[in-house]
Design a protein around this ligand. Structure first.
Ligand code: CA
Length: 219
């Protein structure tokens, strides 16, 4: 799962990046409003964490502009401002939730999960694609009586596929979803992950579409 973090405070930023990475997420961290807007326009994020007090453009400005352009990425505002006016303003401008600093990583992660679920229109944390069921909280994949907790990258890959069963993702789309900016990606990294998942759950857990990419089967 790819997350955009917009935070100009180095200490908070490093703490959040470290915590989310160890939870298996891929985090792109930008430190000003201009880069934040550019990244959101580029897309591909399951969620954005947005600080309000930023150099370049204020978080409110960023939010207003990206929502005006029809960009629907869920946005969780993280800020030290805790005035009611700021909260109301943020939510009115299209933020999905609000978390006041200082916060605990556990709460941040729980709210992120809730937002992602809500956006997908689901009440539970299980994603189903054909015979496969992926639990987004425990990272367990179940199929044909086999249940295993997936390591971080395998989970990110399966999540990308089962979010929309039947949709084909190319190698570069998958890489984009599971690796952050500037991370070295071996040319066969996706194949290695798919091989590892198939070894546990059988060949049909992920389908090849020749010349196009891979998909999670719908049935
Ligand atoms: Ca700030």
């Amino acid at each position: 799962m790819r997350v955009l973090l917009v935070e100009d405070d180095a200490m908070i930023g490093e703490g959040v990046v470290c915590g989310l990475k160890s939870a298996g997420m891929s985090v792109d961290w930008v430190r000003d409003g201009v880069q934040a807007e550019a990244a959101l326009r580029e897309g591909g994020y399951a969620i954005a964490l947005l600080d309000l007090g930023l150099p370049g453009a204020d978080g409110f400005e960023v939010l207003k502009r990206v929502r005006a352009k029809g960009i629907e990425t869920p946005v969780l505002v993280i800020t030290a401002r805790d005035g009611v006016d700021d909260r109301v303003n943020g939510l009115d401008l299209g933020a999905d939730d609000y978390l006041v600093k200082p916060f605990e990583l556990r709460e941040l992660q729980a709210r992120m999960r809730a937002l992602i679920r809500r956006r997908a229109g689901r009440a539970t944390s299980a994603l189903i694609a054909g015979a496969s069921e992926l639990n987004t909280e425990t990272h367990e994949l179940s199929r044909d009586g086999v249940t295993e907790v997936l390591p971080a990258r395998e989970f990110a890959l399966m999540l990308a596929l089962v979010e929309r069963p039947g949709r084909i993702l190319s190698r570069s789309q998958i890489e984009e979803r599971i690796y952050g900016w500037g991370e070295e990606v071996e040319s066969n990294a996706v194949d290695v992950l798919i091989h590892a998942i198939r070894r546990k759950f059988g060949k049909d857990v992920i389908l090849n579409v020749r010349g196009a990419g891979w998909m999670a089967p719908k049935s």
